[in-house]
Design a protein around this ligand. Structure first.
Ligand SMILES: Cc1cc2nc3c(=O)[nH]c(=O)nc-3n(C[C@H](O)[C@H](O)[C@H](O)COP(=O)(O)O)c2cc1C
Length: 139
C-alpha cells in the first residue's frame, strides 16, 4: 500500500549548504534502498517534505526524521493513501523556497504552512517544482 506524507518543520540553526548536503546524502542513500521518493523544499528557515512509498517505510522514516535535532516543530500536514507516486523519478528532489517570491512569502497568512491545508501546501510544492525552483535532481 502506497502512501504520501507531507510535513513542515523549522530549521534549527541556519540552513547552510553543508547541512543540506548531509540531509540529501542520507536521503539519497536511504530512500532509494527503502523505495521512498519525494521532495524536500527548504528556505525561510522552513522545511517542507513530501515522502512517498510503502506505508511502513514512510512511517519508519518519518519516525526517524522526527528525532532529528536539525529541525523542530515537525508537523504532519497530510497523510494519504495513493494509487501512484507523484515524484517517482526522484529519490529526493530538492527545491528552494525563494524569499523574493510573493507567492510563497510566509508573511502572507495564506502561505503559512502551519495554518494552510495540506492540499494547499502540496500544490505549492508542485508549483515550485514546475516553476524551475528545483536545485538539483538526484539520480
Ligand atoms: C528536514 C529533514 C529531512 C530529512 N529527510 C530525510 C530523508 O528523506 N531520508 C533520510 O534517510 N533521512 C532524512 N533526514 C535525515 C534523518 O533525520 C536521519 O538523520 C538520517 O536518516 C539518519 O541517517 P544515518 O543513519 O545514515 O545517520 C532528514 C532530516 C531532516 C532534518
Amino acid at each position: 500500500m502506497l502512501v504520501r506524507a507531507l510535513y513542515v518543520s523549522r530549521a534549527v540553526g541556519p540552513q547552510t549548504g553543508t547541512v543540506t548536503a548531509q540531509i540529501l546524502a542520507a536521503a539519497q542513500a536511504h530512500n532509494a534502498e527503502h523505495g521512498v521518493s519525494g521532495v524536500l523544499c527548504q528556505g525561510q528557515g522552513l522545511y517542507l517534505q513530501v515522502l512517498e512509498g510503502e506505508r511502513a517505510a514512510v512511517n519508519q522514516l518519518y519516525a526517524q526524521i522526527l528525532l532529528d535535532r536539525r529541525h523542530r516543530d515537525v508537523q504532519m500536514l497530510s497523510f494519504e493513501e495513493i494509487s501512484e507516486r507523484r515524484y517517482a523519478s526522484w529519490s529526493m528532489a530538492h527545491v528552494h523556497l525563494p524569499d523574493d517570491d510573493a507567492m510563497v512569502r510566509m508573511q502572507h497568512p495564506e502561505f503559512d504552512p502551519y495554518s494552510a491545508t495540506g492540499a494547499f501546501v502540496l500544490k505549492l510544492v508542485d508549483e515550485l517544482l514546475a516553476g524551475g525552483h528545483r536545485i538539483d535532481k538526484p539520480a
